[in-house]
Design a protein around this ligand. Structure first.
Ligand code: NAX
Length: 326
């Protein structure tokens, strides 16, 4: 059995937290031989609720759970953390403009970035789930100058998994038959789920579906899936978001299969002409705990236009919080 690692989760008393923490403690994220110490971070009004989650985690008697602590102080919760899942965020309130939302979250994620810089493990892996996820990751990253910027990522894995499910349904196949799906850009309605390079049982996906379905059904369905779930459930997606967070961290840490890749929002290095420094979703392969952008993919005009549109939105988000970036 390995030595325990520390996993910090913010928003631990929220919906996603309630699905996520139990799976981390069960070993779904880091494997059945990796004990974990969970460090839960909440805000003061949610500390009673988080104690309930702590009691339930204890009551599961998970063999891999080697420690458990809840706090309303990020500096305490992130101490020596090897993995940090930034789930807690301020939701959009009535009458709130997009800019207000960006600013409210910028305040949270800049403070958390500073805390990560001050107390987390130097090799910490950070995943921003709380929205606007890409820009929140960017803000945390800019506030943590002593941590490698590449250690800050945002979650588009839920979008990736949604795209797999839609394509599998349409082609009468199983998600495990599909390889090389890509989601480009922002975790928002401008994201571009791209099947250009995907295969289903080894056959090009683009040959199995018609263009009209792709443009009029597939892309909008994946882009709008979050809204469809809110409409149906009365609450935003939580278990699927938690599952995607588990997938993101697991693949980053333990690797992707040789014949496949996953989508992760990471710092752009200028690949595919995307503005350097943006946290943008790319196809990546992971090995030995590191990710690499898949290079050399052919991008047609249709894809290029959509990749640019979502890049444009991320540039606008970055501009809106520029005054808050150190
Ligand atoms: P909830 O409102 O159920 O829970 C959020 C929790 O975060 C609350 O318990 C709150 O007290 C806590 N919190 C707020 N500010 C905090 C802070 N500064 N420090 C620590 N905790 C804090 O939301 P939930 O449904 O769990 O969603 C969490 C976030 O994930 C939201 O921002 C949501 O928009 C985002 N999502 C992101 C997705 C993605 O794919 N990237 C998909 C699912 C989800 O919509």
């Amino acid at each position: 059995m390995k030595a325990p690692v520390r996993v910090a989760v913010t928003g631990a008393a929220g919906q996603i937290g309630y699905s996520l923490l139990f799976r981390i403690a069960a070993g779904d994220m880091l494997g059945p031989d990796q004990p974990v110490i969970l460090q839960l971070v909440e805000i003061p009004p949610a500390m009673d609720a988080v104690q309930g989650v702590v009691m339930e985690l204890e009551d599961c008697a998970f063999p891999l759970l080697h420690g458990l602590h809840a706090t309303d102080k990020a500096e305490e919760g992130f101490k020596d953390a090897d993995y940090i899942l930034l789930v807690g965020a301020k939701p959009r309130g009535p009458g709130m403009e997009r800019k207000d939302l960006l600013e409210a979250n910028a305040a949270i994620f800049s403070a958390q970035g500073k805390a990560i810089n001050d107390v987390a493990s130097r090799s910490v892996r950070v995943l921003a789930v709380g929205n606007p996820a890409n820009t929140n990751a960017l803000i945390a990253q800019h506030n943590a100058p002593d941590i490698d910027p590449g250690q800050f990522t945002a979650m588009t894995r839920l979008d990736h998994n949604r795209a797999l499910a839609q394509l599998a349904n349409r082609t009468g196949s199983h998600v495990t038959d599909i390889r090389q799906m890509t989601v480009w850009g922002n975790h928002s309605a401008t994201q571009y789920p791209d099947i250009s390079h995907a295969t289903v049982k080894g056959q090009a996906a683009s040959e199995l579906v018609d263009r009209a379905w792709l443009e009029e059904t597939f892309i909008p369905t994946v882009q709008q899936r979050g809204a469809a779930i809110i409409k149906a459930r009365g609450q935003s997606s939580a278990a699927s978001a938690a599952s995607a967070a588990i997938d993101h961290m697991r693949d980053w840490t333990l690797g992707t299969p040789d014949d496949d890749w996953v989508s992760m929002a990471i710092t752009s290095d200028g690949s595919y002409g995307i503005s350097e420094g943006l946290i943008y979703s790319f196809p990546v392969r992971c090995r030995n705990g590191h990710y690499e952008i898949v290079q050399g993919l052919t991008i047609d005009d249709f894809s290029r236009e959509r990749m640019r549109a979502t890049e444009q939105e991320l540039n606008e988000e970055r501009d809106a919080v520029k005054h808050l970036l150190p």
